[in-house]
Structure formats: C-alpha cells, structure tokens
Design a protein around this ligand. Structure first.
Ligand code: GDP
Length: 318
C-alpha cells in the first residue's frame, strides 16, 4: 500500500477501528479517512454510496459493526442481525461501485459451529448449527464474508475477510450490560476491591474457554495482510488469534491478581456459558509469517492501567 493511499477505516471509534488507526499512523500512512457516526450512518444505503462516490477511498477496512458481549448479543438479536447486515451490504457494494482496490472485512470466530472441532480451522465454516446466544450476529458476519467472496467471484474485486478471536484492549467497552467478558471482569473486580466486597461474582460456570487477542495485535495482523496479500491468496477467510485459550475461571483468577482483589471468587450459574470453547486454529497466519506479540498478562495490565486513568474521562466524551 502506498503511504499516501486514501484508507477508509469504517468504525474508527471502536476497539478494533481505533487500534487500526493507531497502527496505520505509526506505519506512516498519512491519508486516513474517517467519519463520525453522527455524520455517516452506514446502515443507510444512500448515505454510504454518496460517501464512497465522493471520497473514493483506495482501501477500506470494515471494522464498523453493532457489537457486544453475550448479554447484548442475546438481548438485541434483531438489531445485531439487521444493523450489521445493512452495514456490510452497503459498504461492500459501495466499495465495489467506487472501485476500491482492496477491502478487509472484520468477521468473528463466532461464525463457526458451536460444536466445531477444536482448534477451529477455516474449513469448519457452515458445517453445523451456530451458538444460539449469538446466532444473529454470527449470521451477519457469515453474510459479510460471503458478500466479499461473492463480489470477488462475480466482479473480480479484492475483498478479504479475517475471523478474529475475542478481542480486548485500550478503549474497550466497560459497560456491564454490553461488554465482553474481559473488560466486564476487570471493572467488576476493580469495583469489588474499591468497595471492600468479600466476593467477586462472575457469570456462568467458569468452564467455558476463550482465546483473547490484544486489539493492537489484531490491527497489526490486518495491516500485515493488506500490505502483502490479496484476497485470492487467503481463500474465503483467514483466522487471527493467539493460538492459546483458557477457561474463564483462569481469566478471572488472573484478573484478581492484576487488580489486587483479596476476596473470594463466586459464580452465577444462572447465566449462560455460551459457546463451550472458541479456540482458533491459526496455523495459516503462522505459515504466512504472522503471530501475536502481546501475552495476556501484559495486555491485562495495560488495559487495567488505561481503565484506571482514562476510562472516567473517556466516558464523558462518549
Ligand atoms: P462470547 O465469547 O461471545 O460468549 O462473549 P463474552 O465475552 O460476553 O462471554 C464470554 C464468556 O464469559 C461467557 O461464558 C460468559 O458467560 C462469561 N462471563 C463471565 N462473566 C461475564 C461478564 O460479566 N460479562 C460477560 N460479557 N461475560 C461473562
């Protein structure tokens, strides 16, 4: 990619989008294109097409989405399906019409069947039923990757799709009703410590296993792919993760250690575990020469430091 290329980061305020902006800026890309949600609603086809026709980006990273953890996914099922389908359809089609050279679509490891063999390889897509708690979101993500692949096949576009594992990082969502497990537990544990609680309560059984990738590592992987590969080199999609997962129980214990909480860990068995395991096979990315750099402990410490110093002011500007 030319350092002067016009690169549109859709969803630049989000966890992944903001990490992409940081990675592009530090990589010397000087012509980034972003839009606030209030100025461009990507669920609106006319607005999306007008934006692409006017700005004519060379490259697009599609990180815009309606996202959330297990509670939000399971509660706002219609919005997670409808809004994401609209965003992906509008952006992919507008990018094709505007002659975008390359697009990278951010999918999710939840596209794979709930009982997929672990670690999950790219080939297990559409081989079985999806996890019910996030099925609408997963269906939208599958539609997104199929849109990219179908436009490539019919119109010769260069739209690639990546399927990252659970992402966490600086600027994460710490709202307990909509956040993912890692920021939720950091916040709950911190508040339990501040209040001097005797217990720290975590949803589910603690047995579900998840793999956590630092957002800046994901951004690095995306730029690595955009700079060196075309969609046809990657198949329909490629996994991005660390290659290591752990039970939620172990994550909670690690968080207790980072936060310095001295009470007891308890479990709310009325809450769903969701998918029992979501471990990605990342051998294809490793074969291309990329692997994650930030270990979980380092990432947790960085995010906790950010939460303590920046989160209160970040909240005020939201
Ligand atoms: P998922 O990976 O799509 O299931 O999304 P989450 O990150 O929301 O949840 C991962 C796992 O963490 C599930 O087994 C949840 O039940 C468990 N979990 C435990 N405590 C919490 C919590 O406070 N918030 C969330 N979001 N998940 C939690």
């Amino acid at each position: 990619m030319d350092k002067n290329a016009r690169i549109y980061v859709a969803g630049h305020r989000g966890l992944v989008g903001s990490a992409l902006v940081r990675r592009l800026e530090s990589g010397g890309y000087v012509n980034l294109l972003t839009r606030e949600h209030a100025d461009l609603d990507l669920t609106q086809q006319v607005a999306a097409e007008a934006f692409f026709a006017q700005e004519k980006p060379d490259y697009v990273v599609l990180a815009a989405a309606r996202v959330g953890g297990i509670y939000a996914n399971n509660t706002y099922r219609a919005e997670f399906l409808y809004q994401n389908l609209m965003i992906y359809s509008n952006v992919v089609c507008a990018a094709w019409k505007a002659g975008v050279k390359k697009l990278l679509f951010l999918g999710s490891s939840c596209v794979y069947p709930t009982r997929a063999a672990q670690p999950m390889s790219e080939e297990c897509l559409l081989t079985g039923p999806l996890e019910p708690t996030n099925e609408p979101y997963a269906v939208a993500k599958i539609a997104g990757l199929k849109l990219c692949d179908s436009f490539n096949q019919q119109y010769g576009t260069n739209f690639m799709s990546v399927m990252p594992t659970n992402i966490y990082g600086i600027g994460d969502n710490f709202d307990l009703k909509s956040s993912h497990v890692l920021p939720a537990l950091l916040r709950k544990c911190h508040e339990a410590k501040e209040r001097g609680d005797a217990t720290f309560n975590v949803w589910g059984s603690g047995e579900a296993r998840r793999e956590f990738l630092y957002a800046d590592d994901l951004a690095d992987a995306c730029i690595f792919l955009l700079e060196r590969y075309n969609a046809c080199d990657l198949g329909t999609h490629i996994n991005i993760g660390t290659g290591e997962d752990l039970p939620i129980r172990q994550l909670a214990e690690e968080i207790i250690d980072v936060v310095g909480f001295s009470g007891e860990l308890t479990w709310d068995h009325s809450k769903s575990d969701g998918m029992p395991r979501k471990w990605l096979n990342v051998s294809r990315m490793q074969d291309l020469g990329w692997s994650a750099k930030t270990d979980l402990r380092t990432g947790l410490e960085q995010v906790y430091a950010w939460y303590q110093s920046e989160y209160p002011s970040a909240l005020k500007t939201q």
